[in-house]
Design a binder for this molecule. Structure first.
Ligand code: CDT
Length: 313
């Protein structure tokens, strides 16, 4: 693979558990410490996890509207999150940050992209909302994202920054190839992804080692098939008795995991990424313009669930 290089230094900030009693200020202090760490290593862009400011509250069937609203942000930045924006500007490091967003009366699972100048470049609202809208009777652990979050209404945008074309997605989105292909079709170089994957959810019904396997399988296939880097940040460890997988990683367009977290606690990883590897794959095996056949992909947008075969006999 001979080529000129286009280097971009990425970092990922994995968060250990955030408990229900932890304040926003405590969470932000931890995020700030990792931002400083990433900046000291020379990173230019940093991925924070999904719902990084609070515990993963969709594990509970909460009834009190005031209590529910307490997990949501009505402004970004707000007084507690402003220090992250200030630090980004001072250190010249951009970041993505996941949080629960209240927009009017609508609740979203959101991630923002903040540039190295500390300004918000864009917003993504999670589209593939997993789990249930109502609690499952008898289940020790719920996953009620459909109760708390509307389906995102912003599509899968890609922002052309001075460094790279950057997109975002959130947790369950990574399991769906459409997520990455829509960004791949916009020439995305880097996808920043935050996640909270609880390993004890009843619906999994599979050996526990498969949680990590499917997580990495999804990232590696997506990076390779869309010729992009993926920077994925977990909220990990035992949060309010619920174990959540770690495995935060930076994955290359070759499909290889270049660096991965060791712990299930606060931990920064970083890697100097060669963006020209994206160009190489885009010019060859994944030259979309030369090889894609959208005239045969109609079912992808005309059907949601699987249906009957199209062939008559
Ligand atoms: N946060 C999130 O999207 N978690 C999901 C759990 C799926 S099981 C209902 C994930 O894909 O990891």
């Amino acid at each position: 693979m001979s080529r000129s290089t286009r280097k971009l230094h990425l970092a990922v900030a994995q968060l250990g558990p955030v408990q229900r009693a932890d304040s926003r200020a405590q969470a932000v202090r931890r995020l700030l410490a990792m931002l400083e760490d990433a900046a000291a290593r020379g990173a230019r862009w940093l991925t924070f996890p999904e719902l990084a400011l609070t515990t993963f509250f969709p594990r509970w069937d909460l009834e009190d509207p005031a209590e529910i609203r307490g997990f949501f942000e009505t402004e970004m930045p707000g007084p507690e999150t402003q220090p992250l924006f200030d630090a980004a500007r001072q250190r010249g490091i951009g970041f993505s940050l996941g949080y629960a967003e209240l927009d009017g009366d609508t609740q979203y699972n959101t991630s923002i992209l903040v540039g190295p100048d500390g300004r918000i470049l864009g917003k993504y609202r999670k589209i593939h909302i997993p789990g249930d809208a109502q609690s499952r009777s008898g289940a020790a652990l719920q996953h009620l994202e459909k109760k708390y979050f509307a389906v995102g209404d912003l599509g899968f945008p890609v922002w052309k920054t001075e460094d790279a074309a950057i997109g975002m997605c959130i947790c369950n989105d990574r399991r769906w190839p459409e997520t990455f292909r829509v960004m791949g079709l916009q020439g995305v170089d880097v996808v920043m992804l935050g996640y909270n994957t609880p390993s004890g959810y009843v619906q999994w019904n599979e050996p526990i080692h498969l949680r990590m396997h499917h997580h990495l399988l999804s990232l590696q296939a997506a990076a390779y098939q869309n010729a992009c880097w993926v920077a994925a940040a977990a909220k990990a460890g035992i949060e309010e008795d619920s174990p959540m997988i770690g495995g935060s990683a930076i994955v290359a367009p070759t499909g290889e995991v270049m660096v991965r977290t060791f712990s299930e606690d606060d931990e920064v990883i970083n890697f100097v990424c060669d963006l020209s590897v994206c160009d190489h794959y885009r010019a060859n095996i994944f030259n979309f313009a030369a090889h894609r056949r959208p005239e045969h992909y109609g079912l992808i947008v005309s059907r949601t669930g699987a249906g009957a075969p199209l062939s008559a006999g």
